[in-house]
Write a protein that binds this ligand. Structure first.
Ligand code: ARG
Length: 371
């Protein structure tokens, strides 16, 4: 029997009473400050809840906090596999306190709570999506979640983490551009990812199971869909997308969530799935690699250090400045030790060779890798 058939899906939603757009932390919110309509939002939220219940799901509702207008997006508060929950740390201070509510609710409902170390961000199932058929989670980074959080995620959930880099600002969370579906297919918007991430998707999901959505569906946040049994609930699907889903045996339900799109969210953002089964064979695996870079030279003048750090980030890597000793006078050299974290060996090689190329342009600059 399929693992999915045995559990009644349960979801956590949050009362939309205080939902508004009162700050802009993603491109969707810009221009929409103060434009939400509270009673319309309440009706749309209630319709989503009703569709989930009609599809056989159970909805738990958590009370809202009047100071947290984005708390309605419960998807973002934790990453869950089985009974293990890794509590989020939000990138923007406006949302950070949502994690306290999540910790309390999940601990009170029998979940084992895991925490991120200080300094790392991860925004729950906004960026961490469990595959329904493969023992892995797809995890995004690039706008909100830190690359390094993926290592913590693998360990906390004891599950494989496949890292995907997001490169399109409108698709700032993984759940707005990718949706694993119950039959093992994956619906996604290719322009939201870099080439290496597209390769990671195609190497794991055969072509017959890949549903690449059009730009029209992508901007209607079709990938931000809730799967419940064989029902897929979303804001809007074009006829070709609807046919592709129906051909796989899904029932497609559209629900007007225009109020929440003003804030950059749709159906999937408003639910935290609580019954994410741990598939057999799941193990703590991540694909991150790291090395140390020792850099000496006139790092402050010529903007050299900034260029090195930019190159690293452009290649999809991250860094930690572990040591920095500035040159005091014009003729003094500076010295830095950087920890470089990459999503793959290839990305790490690419980043270090770009840094070497830069070093070759400046006689004073030396770069040593490793050690
Ligand atoms: N305004 C919210 C934010 O920018 C929207 C979150 C949408 N949630 C999601 N899972 N993508 O954080």
């Amino acid at each position: 029997m399929n693992a999915m058939d045995s559990v009644t899906p349960r979801f956590l939603m949050c009362d939309p009473a205080y939902f508004t757009v009162e700050y802009a932390i993603n491109p969707w919110m810009k221009g929409n400050l103060g434009k939400t309509d509270a009673s319309l939002a309440r009706d749309q939220w209630a319709a989503l809840r009703r569709h989930i219940e009609e599809a056989g799901g159970i909805v738990e509702v958590e009370p809202a906090d009047p100071e947290l207008p984005d708390m309605v997006f419960t998807a973002n508060v934790a990453a869950i596999v089985g009974r293990d929950a890794l509590i989020s740390h939000f990138t923007y201070p406006q949302r950070r306190r949502e994690a306290d509510h999540a910790r309390q609710w999940l601990a009170g409902n029998g979940f084992t709570i895991h925490e991120l170390p200080a300094g790392l961000d991860l925004e729950g199932t906004g960026d961490v999506l469990r595959d329904f058929q493969r023992p892995l989670v797809w995890a995004g980074y690039g706008y909100r979640s830190s690359l390094e959080s993926h290592r913590v995620l693998a360990e906390a959930l004891d599950y494989e983490v496949v890292t995907l880099r997001l490169v399109h600002p409108k698709f700032y969370h993984l759940d707005v551009c990718l949706a694993p579906l119950p039959d093992g297919s994956v619906m996604y918007y290719p322009p939201a990812f870099d080439d290496a991430s597209l390769a990671a998707i195609t190497s794991r999901v055969p072509e017959s199971q890949r549903i690449a959505v059009s730009e029209e569906d992508a901007v209607n946040l079709a990938c931000n869909a809730v799967s419940c049994g064989n029902t897929i609930i979303l804001y809007r699907a074009t006829p070709p997308l609807r046919s592709a889903l129906e051909a796989r045996g899904f029932r497609v339900v559209e629900v007007d969530l225009s109020q929440f799109l003003l804030s950059g969210g749709s159906a999937r953002c408003m639910v935290l799935p609580l019954t994410e089964p741990r598939l057999p064979g799941g193990r703590a695996i991540h694909h991150l690699v790291e090395t140390t870079l020792h850099v000496d030279g006139h790092l402050l003048d010529f903007g050299v250090l900034a260029r090195i750090l930019d190159l690293v980030v452009e290649q999809g890597c991250s860094f930690e400045v572990q040591h920095f000793e500035p040159g005091r006078r014009r003729e003094d050299m500076s010295r830095a030790r950087l920890r470089l974290i990459a999503p793959s060996t290839e990305a790490l090689q690419e980043a270090t060779s770009r840094v070497d190329e830069l070093a070759a342009q400046f006689a004073h600059l030396t770069v040593a890798v490793g050690g």
